[in-house]
Structures are given as structure tokens and as C-alpha cells.
Design a binder for this molecule. Structure first.
Ligand code: SF4
Length: 369
């Protein structure tokens, strides 16, 4: 493809035109579309609507396991044999301490995740109380809740308490949904998003790739999220956990993952696009390039698995010349991380470490006589 193709992609996206389906499908499937030029087109759109900022999100898995649902990709599903540490709902004090930590570590969004099909009325009252108290203490910290299926009444109660965003991922396409979960449906998920929208809560909804979807399924989810005008879109790259019903991740390469992020950016130009769970595992050495299409990352790992440590993520953002949208600038946060390392000295705080004797390559005598 010549440059005019990529320029047109960026132009159409910036002017909020809906890109035609065959072109969008080609983004994932055609080798004639070059990755670097595609990333640059996505970057033009990112810069136009999201600037060079990266927003950081920290997850708090408020309880682990005990879920009645059978989502095949999830280690907390009742059908999973994954050896996770199950624990009941954390205390309010623990949940607050983690909100404080999220704020101090530079997150601009703190997401509380409550596993399960959906919250009872009592649970909603409890979550509403937590939201109120966190917002009172940290008004600039966005609060997001992921609590399963909600109806209009429950969504309205959470909104009333000050909830900024509701996370409820579509996860996969309507076609693929029955292959990954049968205890609730794609329509149930759509209905929850509609209830949240009616309650005027901002939506955080995305997908998991690598769970048996086709390129066309990815495209269908991206169009559905566009139609819902979702404000924040986490693109998760499936992390297979031993014991999960779904088994290994299918069909993801670093290049394909980047193409997916570009597709979401071009179809949802104004949205916050998050290179979410599994970025380290699937993007590997190309991870930093995700920032040219995506403008958001999770800090400190995911629900059941660890991710890159904070320092590495912050350093990646700074090295690539991006900034963070936080009360704390990235330099300050990196400085704090350095200080924390000083408490456990490894001899290299604050600078590129000097090579020690043990790091040097041994002299190899020439094999020739
Ligand atoms: S994704 Fe959510 S609803 Fe599905 S099994 Fe996991 S915790 Fe339960």
C-alpha cells in the first residue's frame, strides 16, 4: 500500500467517519498493510484526540474466586481448576489502603473488581459506600467498578454514590460468546452496559483476544463498542493459566497484537484504548510500540497474574517520550521507585549500573591453530 492509503485511514478516523468493514478486516489480515505505516496512522489519531499522555490504571481484586459463572478464560470461574488463592471480600480498610496506594503510585483510575455473576442489593449498598468514601478522600482519583451484571436500579445507585466508570467487558463477539461462556450471554453483557449508560456512568468495556475469535469477531466487537460510544476500551491479550477451561492462547503474535490495537484506535478514535492484561506476554519486545496506538496501561499486574513491575512500565513510558495523566509526574514516580530500591541496594541506584567482573564476557581463545 502506498502512503496515501495510510493518510486516508488517519484522515477518515480523525474526521470520525466509520471505516468500511473490508478495509478494517485488511488491517488484521493483509500483509500489504505494513505495520510501521499502520502504527503511524493510528498514532496520528491518538495524538489528535489523546495527545501523548498515558493513563495508568490499578486493579484491586476485591475478592478472588467463588464465582458461579463459567467463563472459560477466567481462573476464578467455577469450571476452572487453576490453583489460585481464593479469598472472600477484603475488608473496607484493605480496600481503602489500596485506593491510597493507587493514588500515590500515580494511577488516575482505581478499579475495584468483585467477581461473580452480579452483585446482590446488599453488595451494591456496600460498594456504593466504598465509592463515596474513596471519592471523598481522593476526589481526583477516578473510581471504576467491575461487579458483573447490573440492572438500571443498581447502576443508578452506584452513579449516585459517585461512580465514574463501570467496567463490563464484551470480551468477545456475539458469535464466539457461547464458546467461552454459557452461564450468561453476550446480550446480558450488552444490557448491563445499556443500564450503566442510562445511569450516565462512563463505560469501560473491551475484549480479550486469543480466546478462539476470528479477525472478523475482533472487528465486530470494535464496531459494537463504537456504536455504544464506549469511553475506555481495554484490549486484553489472553493470559492462559494452568487449569483454565479454555487452555492455551490461540493465534497471537506481537505484530498481530499491535494490528489489533491499531484497529481499535482507528475505529474508536476518541476512546481511551488500553493495552491491557497480557501485554508483556504477547507483545514481548514490541511492547513499547503499543503506546503509539494505545494511551493507557495497567500498572502492577492483573487480576490473577503479575505484570511488569511499576518501575519498568514507568521507564518504558518515559523512554518513549510519553507523559502520564496523573497528579504525580512520571519523573517524581520514578524517583520514588529509585528510593524504594535504595532500601534494598543492588549497587546501581539512579544510574546505568557499572558492569562488574562477573558480567564481563570471558576471553575466548581463537579456535584456529
Ligand atoms: S470473568 Fe467474571 S463472571 Fe466470568 S468467571 Fe470470571 S469472575 Fe466470574
Amino acid at each position: 500500500m502506498d502512503q496515501s492509503f495510510y493518510n486516508q485511514l488517519a484522515r477518515q478516523s480523525i474526521s470520525l467517519e466509520t471505516l468500511p468493514r473490508p478495509t478494517v478486516l485488511d488491517i488484521l489480515t493483509s500483509r500489504d498493510i505494513e505495520l510501521l505505516a499502520l502504527l503511524n496512522a493510528a498514532y496520528q489519531v491518538r495524538k489528535e484526540f489523546r495527545g501523548k499522555e498515558v493513563s495508568l490504571h490499578i486493579l484491586n481484586n476485591a475478592q478472588n474466586g467463588h464465582c458461579s459463572e463459567n467463563c472459560g478464560y477466567c481462573a476464578q470461574a467455577r469450571t476452572s481448576r487453576a490453583d489460585i488463592e481464593q479469598y472472600p471480600l477484603k475488608s473496607d480498610a484493605e480496600i481503602f489502603a489500596e485506593a491510597k496506594n493507587a493514588h500515590e503510585k500515580g494511577a488516575d483510575c482505581y478499579c475495584m473488581v468483585f467477581a461473580g455473576r452480579g452483585p446482590s442489593a446488599t453488595r451494591v449498598v456496600h460498594i456504593a459506600r466504598l465509592i463515596r468514601q474513596i471519592k471523598e478522600q481522593y476526589p481526583s482519583l477516578e473510581v471504576c467498578v467491575s461487579a458483573g451484571l447490573l440492572d438500571d436500579g443498581k447502576a443508578a445507585m452506584l452513579k449516585e454514590a459517585g461512580l465514574d466508570r463501570l467496567n463490563h467487558n464484551l470480551n468477545t463477539s456475539q458469535r464466539n460468546y457461547p464458546h467461552v461462556c454459557t452461564t450468561h450471554s453476550y446480550e446480558d453483557r450488552l444490557n448491563t452496559l445499556t443500564s450503566a449508560r442510562r445511569a450516565q456512568i462512563r463505560l469501560c468495556s473491551g475484549m480479550i483476544v486469543g480466546i478462539g475469535e476470528t479477525p472478523r469477531d475482533i472487528l465486530e466487537v470494535a464496531y459494537a463498542l463504537r456504536e455504544l460510544a464506549v469511553e475506555s476500551i481495554p484490549v486484553n491479550f489472553y493470559i492462559p493459566i494452568e487449569g483454565n477451561a479454555l487452555g492455551p492462547a490461540a493465534g497471537l503474535s506481537p505484530e498481530y497484537c499491535l494490528r489489533i490495537l491499531c484497529l481499535f484506535r482507528l475505529l474508536n478514535p476518541k476512546a481511551e484504548i488500553r493495552a491491557a492484561a497480557g501485554r508483556e506476554l504477547h507483545l514481548r519486545s514490541l511492547q513499547v510500540m503499543a503506546l503509539y496506538a494505545a494511551d493507557s496501561l495497567f500498572l502492577d499486574g492483573y487480576l490473577n497474574t503479575k505484570g511488569d513491575d511499576r518501575r519498568r512500565t514507568l521507564q518504558m513510558i518515559q523512554d518513549a517520550g510519553f507523559t502520564i495523566s496523573s497528579d504525580h509526574p512520571v519523573e517524581e514516580l520514578l524517583g520514588k521507585e529509585e528510593k524504594a530500591r535504595e532500601a534494598f541496594p543492588d549497587g546501581s541506584v539512579g544510574q546505568v549500573p557499572m558492569k562488574k567482573l562477573k558480567d564481563l564476557r570471558l576471553f575466548m581463545p581463537s579456535a584456529t591453530p
